[in-house]
Write a protein that binds this ligand. Structure first.
Ligand code: EPU
Length: 342
């Protein structure tokens, strides 16, 4: 067996959609469980902390980089098991997320079509329970297969054990970060089940009662394209913050000051408010720009950076936005983007 290629001082900017950040002390791509085992052995021998990298599409790397081993997940493969109208698909976590969505569209497998055109890998999807246009990936996940990077042992998590909630899962917790996701098993359906609940989708299909799976994908791609800056020119990680989930009491107070504030029901009697609306109508920050960092003019939740911007500029900009929201509403907003530093 060939030895695993471990690079030193690898620039991480090229591995993220933000295109920002310093070097990784060590960097390895793994495409099998055996290579993963070798990478883990190396990290233990060097006493190096490990960071698991997927598509780098939800990540802000510090300018000083990472003093450990970054393992890029390139485990591939798709295995399908049909059981009447249900279809179980076991997918290598290093596969492209949108490549997998397209595979499902081409085969008429329903369940994840509204999650079209999201950058990143299959393995990253359960970590932050990606969601868009009325669907969260948790509703299509059967189980998640992992390797514990402390021990090298395999462990499979059932859907319930993944602890999914809005943009959260067990894999984002301190304990959960020890598990390297190697495969995700999905449960999709051969029966059409269009989900047109989300406002933008509903409006798109006003004249169409039962759009096909291809039509839904096309609609999502079209709607999304207006909400993000051109990725070939700018660095971004999509929504920089979450839509804040608040208690009814906090919401009622907010509504007194801003009667038009929209809201959506969240689990446990809580309320989700669109932060884009707050940034736009309460803080007047839509399109706000300092130096090379801006909030996007069509969707202020999306922070983007021009070429040459640094992570510390993004940090300072984001912190100022967080302060402005706190001052106007009293709410502490939470980031969706993950940070990686030494
Ligand atoms: N709004 C404004 N001004 C604007 C834009 C939006 O006031 O300029 C208000 C409107 O009231 C609108 C609301 O904000 O109805 C929500 O905006 P939008 O529908 O564009 O989506 P979002 O809630 O901001 C979420 C996800 C996106 C996902 C979309 C579509 C989060 C943090 N973001 O955004 O996910 O694509 O819904 O379902 O939940 C991501 O995770 O990176 C991401 C982009």
């Amino acid at each position: 067996m060939e030895a695993l290629d471990i690079r030193e001082n690898e620039p991480l900017a090229a591995h993220t959609t933000f295109r920002i950040g310093g070097n990784a002390r060590y960097f390895a791509r793994v495409s099998s469980e055996n290579e993963l085992a070798d990478a883990i052995t190396f990290a233990h021998a060097q006493s190096a902390p490990v960071f698991i990298l997927g598509g780098g599409s939800n990540l802000l790397v510090a300018d000083s980089g990472f003093e450990g081993l970054v393992i890029k997940n390139e485990i591939k493969g798709v295995e399908v098991r049909e059981q009447e109208n249900l279809v179980f698909i076991d997918v290598g976590a290093g596969e492209s997320w949108d490549g997998f969505v397209e595979y499902c569209i081409n085969n008429g497998y329903w369940g994840i079509e509204n999650l079209s055109a999201i950058p990143g890998t299959v393995g990253a999807a359960p970590v932050q329970n990606i969601g868009a246009y009325g669907i969260e990936v948790k509703d299509a996940i059967e189980s998640v297969r992992t390797v514990d990077i402390r021990t090298g042992e395999q462990r499979t998590f059932s859907n319930t054990e993944c602890g999914f909630s809005y943009r959260e899962s067990f894999f984002k917790t301190v304990e959960g970060k020890n598990f390297f996701i190697t495969h995700v098993e999905f449960r999709v359906s051969r029966l059409p089940r269009p989900n047109l609940s989300y406002k933008d989708i509903k409006e798109y299909f006003t004249n169409e009662e039962k759009p096909s799976i291809v039509q839904i994908r096309d609609a999502v791609v079209k709607i999304r394209s207006g909400k993000f800056p051109d990725l070939s020119q700018f660095g971004t990680a999509g929504s920089f913050w979450k839509n804040q989930i608040i208690s009814i009491d906090v919401y009622e107070k907010l509504k007194v000051a801003y009667p038009l504030v929209p809201s959506f029901p969240a689990p446990e009697g809580l309320v989700k408010i669109p932060l884009a609306w707050i940034l736009d109508h309460v803080c007047g920050l839509k399109g706000h720009k300092i130096g090379k960092v801006s909030l996007y003019k069509n969707q202020p939740l999306v922070l983007y950076a021009e070429s040459g911007a640094t992570a510390s500029e993004v940090e300072a900009f984001a912190t100022a936005i967080e302060r402005a929201v706190k001052e106007k509403t009293g709410i502490d907003i939470e980031r969706e983007v993950k940070s990686l530093s030494c």
